[in-house]
Design a protein around this ligand. Structure first.
Ligand code: ADP
Ligand code: MG
Length: 564
């Protein structure tokens, strides 16, 4: 259980406030996460890490001299938004460009890539290394699809030390790439975890059983079996990783034994005793191992083993000093407390002059959004459970948070006299900013695309709305790169757009055409139950989702089905 909180929706933010208050000598809270509170050398590459919250010490615990310059902190188990990533990167950047590194999850990739594009467009060089260490999430010959877990620490630490040593952006990126390529992890879970405020655990593992290869958000593993005694568990973990031993390794490895949050240090020490013995028997020399909580999943019980096949340079950077709230090694100069770097915000732009017809349409949209917000709020747990079947369980919370933020922005825009195009665009930006995750990035930028097809000077007619919906669909197809049939929200949105076009072409008014198309979307969303997911969060057991509809399609149909 997550027992201590005030408002569950503000859990991640409240947690970060307490954390930065405690570690004010090392970290400073900025919009979207934390950055170092101390000076860095001008021209140093900024290593910016991040992901969802709920994994402490990942990610904020690793910011400080010798390690990361900033950590982006999304909502619990949800990728941060593009805006959060951009904000932390700008606050951390100090003339040497930015290396982003994060666990390889679809929502993180989408948002970090977009933030990277925006930085580059603004003249800040940026590269990304998503971490792909989890051997159970994809085969070795398709390692680019693997998820990132405790191997994050190795890649971040080595990149951080290389940046501290004065390597330039290309060189830091190359070292991080190599550290990632030579790092593998394998994990198991004994019990599920409960999101703050949720009515029950995100997933469960039967008593006495363990989920083999389960992800850090409870993504299904490769098998379930009886819990093993420590010695047998150790051989299972070690053997799986040794099977991927590269031909050229010199026998020196980093080993991390990670606790997921609900497994005690004492248990980890028992297991480490067995693991270390087996590594010794395999003629491996372990360099600066770590045993403890490195990447947790709230109160999930379980553990994972990580190995990194070292070379001279990787070893030097792994063993270099670092001083962060959760990882300390040797002695670093922490540097002077730095002047707060002011990051330019493009403040709230006024809204363009709008015609009364368009303002009236914006007011209509506001009423619609109010009803959609209520409907989503009521569906949070159902959507979360649906997402937990093959994904990570954050979809309900993400959608509800995004819609509430959009509603607040829409209300402010309507009060300020905005027309329907500006008001909806503003709402989309607010959605993307707040929601994170894959769906947050798609809904946020998708609504912006819809808005851009509308006007502040005329009332949108049925044809305009149909064309705007199509513009939204085209944007989502281009941005998310999914196709019809991949089991995503596109499988409800595309039939909706087609039906809307057809009804409008047949002469229906907007209200009738929309209602008819919403019925089509609802049926299409239900029909996604038959499909197998082909994109989205790494889904080693995607067939588990067969028989259940896609959460993103269901939430889309729910919103489209709200009475106009
Ligand atoms: P995340 O997968 O990052 O946790 P959410 O759980 O909020 O994000 O959203 C998951 C939904 O996003 C899926 O059910 C699917 O409908 C949609 N989705 C995922 N990837 C894509 C994509 N590439 N294009 C369109 N929709 C997608
Ligand atoms: Mg999800």
């Amino acid at each position: 259980m997550t027992t201590v909180f005030n408002d569950a929706t503000r859990f991640a933010d409240d947690m970060l406030s307490g954390f930065t208050r405690l570690h004010a000598d090392l970290v400073e809270k900025v919009h979207g996460g934390v950055v170092r509170a101390t000076e860095t050398a001008p021209g140093k590459v900024a290593v910016v890490i991040g992901g969802g919250s709920g994994h402490y010490p990942a990610f904020a615990g690793w910011v400080g001299p010798g390690l990361a310059d900033g950590a982006v902190c999304g909502d619990v188990f949800a990728s941060p938004s593009t805006q959060q990533i951009e904000s932390v990167a700008r606050a951390a950047e100090n003339g040497g460009g930015v290396l982003f590194s994060y666990g390889n999850y679809a929502g993180d990739v989408l948002n970090f890539d977009l933030a990277q594009d925006r930085l580059r467009a603004a003249g800040v060089p940026a590269h990304s290394i998503p971490v792909t260490d989890d051997v159970t999430s994809a085969p070795a010959d398709d390692a680019g699809r693997r998820r990132g877990t405790a191997g994050d620490l190795v890649v971040f630490k080595i990149a951080g030390a290389a940046a501290e040593a004065g390597y330039d952006l290309d060189a830091v990126t190359e070292v991080a790439r190599r550290a990632n390529a030579r790092t593998v992890s394998f994990g198991i879970a004994f019990a599920g975890c409960t999101l703050p405020g949720a009515d029950g655990p995100l997933f469960t593992v039967p008593e006495g059983r363990m989920g083999v290869g389960m992800g850090v958000h409870g993504e299904p593993g490769i098998a379930e079996q009886d819990v093993l005694p420590s010695a047998e568990l150790a051989s299972m973990l070690v053997e799986k990783l040794l099977a991927e031993r590269p031909a050229d390794h010199d026998g020196r490895v980093i080993a991390l034994l990670n606790g997921l949050g609900g497994t005690k240090y004492e248990e980890l020490f028992v297991l480490w005793n067995d693991v270390a013995g087996l590594l010794g028997k395999a003629d491996l020399q372990v360099v600066a191992p770590e045993v403890g909580e490195l990447i947790t999943s709230l109160d999930m019980a379980g553990c994972s083993l990580t190995l990194t096949w070292l070379d001279e340079e990787l070893e030097r950077f792994w063993t270099a000093p670092a001083t962060t709230p959760a990882f300390r090694r040797g002695h670093t100069e922490t540097g002077a407390h730095r002047q707060r770097r002011v990051v330019e915000e493009s403040g709230p732009a006024g809204f363009a002059e709008a015609a009364p017809e368009s303002r009236a349409a914006a007011a209509g949209l506001l009423a619609l959004a109010e009803r959609a917000d209520v409907a989503l709020e009521a569906a949070v747990d159902d959507l979360g459970h649906l997402d937990a079947i093959a994904g990570d369980g954050d979809h309900g919370r993400g959608m509800s948070a995004g819609m509430t933020a959009a509603l607040t922005a829409l209300r402010a825009a309507v009060e300020a006299g905005a027309g329907v195009s500006s008001a909806l665009g503003h709402a989309g930006d607010a959605w993307g900013e707040r929601a994170g995750g894959t769906s947050g990035a798609l809904w946020g930028t998708g609504l912006r695309a819809v808005a851009d097809r509308l006007s502040d000077t005329t009332a949108p007619g049925a044809q305009d709305v149909a064309a705007a919906v199509r513009a939204g669909l085209d944007h989502v197809l281009g941005f998310g790169k999914a196709h019809v049939g991949d089991k995503t929200l596109i499988d409800a949105l595309a039939p909706f757009a087609d039906a809307l076009d057809a009804r409008v072409a047949a002469g229906d008014g907007l209200r009738d055409a929309w209602s008819a198309a919403a019925v089509v979307a609802d049926e299409a969303a239900r029909a996604t139950a038959e499909l197998t997911p082909r994109i989205g969060r790494a889904r080693p057991l995607a067939e588990r989702s067969v028989g259940h509809p896609d959460p993103g399609a269901v939430s889309l149909a729910l919103i489209l089905g709200v009475d106009l």
